[in-house]
Ligand binder design. Structure first.
Ligand code: AMP
Ligand code: MG
Length: 332
């Protein structure tokens, strides 16, 4: 493990060119996107990408998303198709990742040996400036030790990777707060959502005009648990998370004081030190934005258990929020 402690950089022009230089010369930099903070490296440089895997203790079987400036890059790094171009035109830059058959210039370390590549054009101005200044596509998984909650502030990155990386670009809190929607378009006629996010299934269906399937994510949770050694040695949430379809006064009263109770909206008839809410009104966009920070904060608050209320429904942002809640609960 490196002795160097990470430096946090503001997004000044001088800092950005310095960090872009780090990226061009094969180094890695944590940087904000509108979804979560990513740990970026030159996607065309296998050595840089291996540094990302090492810093995160990420298993080599988990492929990295490649971040690009825009539409032109679809066909540069992948074999695009009309569905992919339609979606990119509509949702890029933004929180949509598209999986396509990869071109050979994408090294196999990035695709974890598969013949596909996952591409996204992020909207965050600082990340876009890094892309422009470095002049290379940037592979970037979330900037946290593998298996822990994704970071939505520079401080989250520092607390997780501060001893393992040297450069963190500070862009404040992430506007969306959940990782991108991933849509598999290797078969253009049969789109499939691999991970729900802020771009919803119905938004994608409206553009493609065909039904979009959604993968049950159970496999991924199981996969995440394949490496318990790594998780416990580092930042695995220690506190168990229990999910509730609805939280009400009676569930809280029957629960213990050493548990946290997290409502979606501010509850009207319950109060106490261990009572929390995700957003005063339960607005799902704001819930998404604050979810990971809430999980992190409560994980170190000394509770025996964290009780979370799920978002109502199975569609849209609720699907994305509940997916992350289930992941948090599955690892407990
Ligand atoms: P993250 O860990 O947040 O960076 O998300 C990366 C996820 O994107 C992976 O775990 C896969 O589910 C998906 N993904 C990335 N690259 C590919 C690829 N080449 N083919 C299929 N899925 C991919
Ligand atoms: Mg991740």
């Amino acid at each position: 493990m490196s002795k160097l402690v990470a430096r946090v950089f503001s997004g000044s022009p001088v800092n950005l060119s310095r960090l872009a230089k780090v990226l061009r010369s094969g180094g890695i930099v944590a940087a904000p996107t509108e979804t979560v903070y990513g740990l970026a490296g030159n996607a065309l440089d296998p050595k840089a990408c291996r540094k990302i895997f090492r810093a995160k203790l990420r298993p080599a079987t988990d492929p990295l998303i490649v971040h690009v400036l825009g539409l032109d890059d679809l066909d540069r790094y992948a074999y695009g198709n009309s569905s992919a171009r339609l979606l990119a035109r509509k949702f890029w830059p933004g929180p949509l990742t598209i999986v396509l058959r990869k071109r050979t210039m994408i090294p196999s370390v990035v695709s974890a040996g598969r013949n596909s590549v996952a591409l996204r054009s992020p909207a965050h101005p600082l990340f876009r400036r890094l892309l422009r200044l470095s002049g290379v596509p940037l592979a970037a998984p979330s900037a946290n030790p593998f298996g822990y909650v994704s970071p939505t502030t520079a401080e989250h990155v520092r607390s997780g990777l501060g001893l393992r990386i040297q450069h963190i670009l500070n862009g404040g809190s992430c506007a969306i707060g959940l990782e991108s929607t991933i849509v598999d378009l290797r078969d253009a006629k049969r789109p499939r959502i691999l991970r729900p996010g802020a771009i919803t299934r119905s938004q994608i269906e409206q553009v493609l005009k065909v039904p979009v399937r959604e993968r049950r994510s159970a496999g991924r949770y199981a996969q995440a648990q394949v490496a318990p050694g790594m998780l416990t040695r580092h930042y695995s949430p220690r506190t168990s998370v229990i999910l509730h379809a609805v939280l009400d006064k009676s569930s809280v009263l029957s629960g213990a004081q050493n548990q946290a109770w997290v409502f979606l909206a501010k509850p009207s008839r319950v109060s106490g030190k261990n009572i929390y809410w995700m957003d005063r009104q339960g607005d799902l966009e704001r819930v998404a934005r604050g979810l990971f920070a809430m999980l992190r904060r409560l994980d170190v608050a000394g509770y025996a258990r964290l009780n979370f209320e799920c978002a109502p429904g199975k569609e849209g942002m609720a699907a994305a929020i509940n997916d992350r809640l289930r992941r948090a609960a599955a690892k407990a």
